[in-house]
Design a protein around this ligand. Structure first.
Ligand SMILES: CCCCCCC/C=C/C(=O)SCCNC(=O)CCNC(=O)[C@H](O)C(C)(C)COP(=O)(O)OP(=O)(O)OC[C@H]1O[C@@H](n2cnc3c(N)ncnc32)[C@H](O)[C@@H]1OP(=O)(O)O
Length: 304
């Protein structure tokens, strides 16, 4: 424990605020990244992540705005990562609220089309970006609150559970959970660890084996979310909650967060390459590609 604390202190005191990053902060105050990821990758120039920084409160609202379902494509992941990195390095930003601009959907999770029919190289690049976002969000030294204003399966649930606190819209039609087994795929160890750290081992095992998507009331019951409020109050409640968290002495809170999360983060950091290789070999298997194809077709059929 003493070792963890010492490491946390060094991490916190070294200037870079992320619990895993060694980045140092600069004085930039630019909050929107219109098309940065997109222009890098020569794709559409519209921004999929909107960042609104209120310098009077130190709170940034990060809004996913990637219709139709906020699926986490390589572009979205890249832009999200850059935005978080900039906020992490801004001394004026103390807390991040993560939400969605889409009615009824927080995030549909990883973009399945990035994992279906793609080359091993593409799959490796995609998975690296998924790892990177989780490391940045789970390892953020800022206070992070998820304002879950719609359904949040799989990777969407991972994003929410990577935050410090979850407020969900009180609507039984919205589902949240790690439903990977329903797609015939397996959530990796760091998805599992994030779930275990949130709801405990027994609920996590049931959730993961059965690929359970919990309705909002059930998610509250098992501790997957911390609070339910009427939909129109989700963001305001997140801001009120953030203000309470920011009233805690920041240094003590950051060290405590690091103490709780660092072992989980370190596990992925020390197995990153193996995790990528494992993902690529798994996802490119014919049987898994077949499962993804059937799942995608099922999604499309549901509409008709
Ligand atoms: C070692 C190996 C490790 C492997 C680990 C892999 C870990 C994977 C994690 C993941 O996150 S996988 C993704 C899991 N996500 C889901 O299962 C959600 C699927 N989507 C839905 O349930 C619904 O779409 C929704 C989110 C509840 C929204 O429903 P709604 O009725 O509003 O919209 P739809 O008509 O269903 O969808 C619109 C449009 O979007 C496409 N789409 C939906 N989800 C995804 C997605 N995750 N990726 C890509 N595309 C998605 C859907 O097919 C529709 O497309 P079109 O028919 O309009 O072309």
């Amino acid at each position: 424990m003493a070792g963890i604390l010492q490491q946390s202190l060094r991490c916190t005191l070294s200037g870079g605020r992320s619990l895993f990053s060694t980045l140092t902060r600069d004085a930039t105050r630019s909050w929107t990244l219109p098309g940065i990821a997109a222009s890098r990758r020569n794709a559409s120039a519209s921004s999929k992540i909107q960042v609104e920084m209120d310098s009077s409160t130190g709170i940034a609202v990060v809004t996913m705005q990637s219709p139709p379902v906020n699926s986490l494509s390589l572009d979205v992941l890249t832009e999200f990562c850059i935005s978080l990195e900039k906020l992490e390095m801004d001394r004026g930003c103390q807390g991040v609220i993560l939400t969605s601009s889409l009615p009824k959907i927080f995030s549909a999770g990883l973009d399945i089309t990035e994992m279906y029919g793609k080359s091993p190289e593409h799959c490796a690049e995609f998975w690296k970006a998924v790892q990177e976002l989780w490391l940045k969000l789970y390892g953020s030294s800022m206070v992070t609150v998820a304002a879950v204003n719609g359904s949040s399966p799989a990777g969407g649930c991972l994003m929410a559970t990577s935050c410090d606190y979850r407020i969900m819209a009180d609507n039984p039609k919205y589902g949240i959970g790690l439903n990977e087994t329903q797609l015939g795929i397996v959530a990796p160890f760091w998805f599992r660890d994030t779930m275990v750290n949130t709801v405990g081992n027994r609920v996590a095992e049931l959730s993961l084996q059965l690929g359970l998507l919990y309705s909002a009331p059930d998610a509250l019951r098992v501790g997957l979310v911390d609070q339910l409020v009427p939909e129109q109050e989700v963001l305001r409640t997140a801001k009120d909650t953030m203000a309470k968290w920011l009233a805690i002495p920041d240094h003590a809170r950051q060290i405590t967060k690091s103490m709780m999360r660092k072992p989980t983060i370190d596990k992925l950091l020390s197995h990153r390459e193996a995790d990528i290789a494992n993902f690529v070999s798994f996802i490119t298997k014919d049987s898994i590609q077949k499962s993804l194809k059937m799942y995608l077709e099922g999604l499309k059929k549901r509409k008709n």
